[in-house]
Write a protein that binds this ligand. Structure first.
Ligand SMILES: [Mg+2]
Length: 182
C-alpha cells in the first residue's frame, strides 16, 4: 500500500479565520480558549487573559479533513492543545500526531516561516501538503529546493479559513501524486 501524503495543519488562519468579520454567518461557532502559547504573551491578571482568546471553528472542517486522502498532523504553535482544545469542536480525533518544534516562533536566518525547516525535517522525504496562513513565496522556493518529493504549500487567508476551493485543491493534488506514483 502506498503511504498517504501528510497534511500538515495550522490552527489560526485555516481553521480559525481570525480576520473574518462574518464567520458566524458562515456557520462558524465562537469559543473562548486559553492555549498556553497565547497565555504566554499576556499578563495573567489582564482582562484579556481572564476572558481567553476568541476562536471560531467550523463543525464541518473535521469530517471534511478526515475524508481527504491524507494523514493529518497538527503543525501549529498550539501543539498538543490542538488535540485537546480544537479537535473536539470540529469532529477530529483527539490523538492526531503533533509536530514538535525545536523553538516556537524562531527567527529564520533566510526569512522563512519559523515552521518551514522543522516541517521539511518532520516530513523526512514524504510528500506533504502544508496548510497555513503564513506561507510566503520564500517558503515555496526553499521547500522546492530542499524537499525531494511533491509538496503543496497552500496558503489560507485568515479572513476566509478553509473553503470549498481548498478542499478541492487538496483532493486534486493528492490524486495527482498518487497517479504519478503508480
Ligand atoms: Mg496560522
Amino acid at each position: 500500500m502506498t503511504e498517504r501524503p501528510l497534511l500538515l495543519l495550522d490552527v489560526d488562519g485555516p481553521l480559525n479565520p481570525f480576520r473574518s468579520p462574518f464567520a458566524r454567518l458562515r456557520g462558524y461557532t465562537s469559543h473562548r480558549m486559553k492555549p498556553d502559547v497565547w497565555l504566554s504573551y499576556r499578563d495573567p491578571e489582564s482582562r484579556s487573559a481572564r476572558r481567553g482568546a476568541r476562536v471560531r471553528l467550523h463543525p464541518s472542517h473535521g469530517p471534511r479533513l478526515l475524508a481527504l486522502p491524507f494523514e493529518l498532523t497538527w503543525a501549529t504553535a498550539w501543539t498538543h492543545q490542538a488535540n485537546t482544545m480544537i479537535a473536539p469542536h470540529i469532529g477530529l480525533p483527539g490523538d492526531l500526531p503533533v509536530v514538535e518544534w525545536p523553538e516556537l516562533f524562531a527567527r529564520d536566518p533566510d526569512g522563512l516561516s519559523w515552521k518551514t525547516r522543522p516541517l521539511v525535517d518532520w516530513a523526512a522525504g514524504r510528500p506533504f501538503a502544508w496548510v497555513d496562513d503564513m506561507i510566503t513565496p520564500a517558503d515555496r522556493t526553499w521547500v522546492a529546493a530542499h524537499h525531494p518529493t511533491p509538496a503543496l504549500l497552500l496558503r489560507i487567508h485568515p479572513r476566509h479559513g478553509l473553503r470549498d476551493r481548498d478542499f478541492s485543491t487538496l483532493t486534486r493534488w493528492a490524486a495527482g501524486i498518487s497517479a504519478a506514483g503508480r
